[in-house]
Design a protein around this ligand. Structure first.
Ligand SMILES: N=c1c2ncn([C@@H]3O[C@H](COP(=O)(O)OP(=O)(O)OP(=O)(O)O)[C@@H](O)[C@H]3O)c2ncn1[C@@H]1O[C@H](COP(=O)(O)O)[C@@H](O)[C@H]1O
Length: 119
């Protein structure tokens, strides 16, 4: 049965939702007019590669401490992540729901609760 993500969708960032819908609408559009369509036409590996490159650029700007560049690279990362979600058939609301599920659980606590590997 599909998850009911209504509450998660209501609370998610509207701009990311709009971008998701725009990119979804670009599926199958001409690669000559849409960058999203061009990326999707090149396939999942290319999209993942571009996402990785943008993430590395974000890391570089974080280390340099250039706030403006980090904001710009962060936007590139989010755009490419959304193209990757659209291509993979992932609805952002599923991700918002996962983040909500994690709310209130400390990362330290969660890691400590993982089953210990048997040796
Ligand atoms: N947020 C973005 C966005 N961020 C970055 N980019 C584009 O991503 C490209 C990144 O350029 P690069 O040179 O790094 O990569 P590349 O052109 O794939 O080149 P190669 O690495 O393959 O050589 C540039 O063309 C940017 O303009 C974006 N393109 C589109 N959007 C959003 O997506 C919407 C739909 O865009 P289209 O699909 O182009 O209609 C737009 O209205 C925007 O809201």
């Amino acid at each position: 049965m599909p998850q009911d993500n209504t509450k998660a969708r209501e609370r998610c960032q509207p701009v990311l939702e709009r971008l998701y819908h725009t990119v979804t609408a670009r599926k199958g559009a001409s690669p000559s007019v849409s960058h999203s369509a061009r990326l999707m036409a090149r396939g999942r590996s290319k999209i993942a590669q571009k996402f990785g490159e943008e993430a590395v650029e974000c890391v570089i700007e974080a280390i340099h401490g250039d706030r403006k560049a980090l904001i710009s690279e962060s936007a590139d990362v989010l755009y490419h992540l959304i193209v990757m979600w659209v291509d993979a058939g992932i609805d952002p609301a599923d991700v918002w729901a996962e983040l909500e599920r994690r709310e209130g659980t400390s990362g330290i606590e969660e890691k400590a609760s993982r089953p210990k590997p048997s040796v």
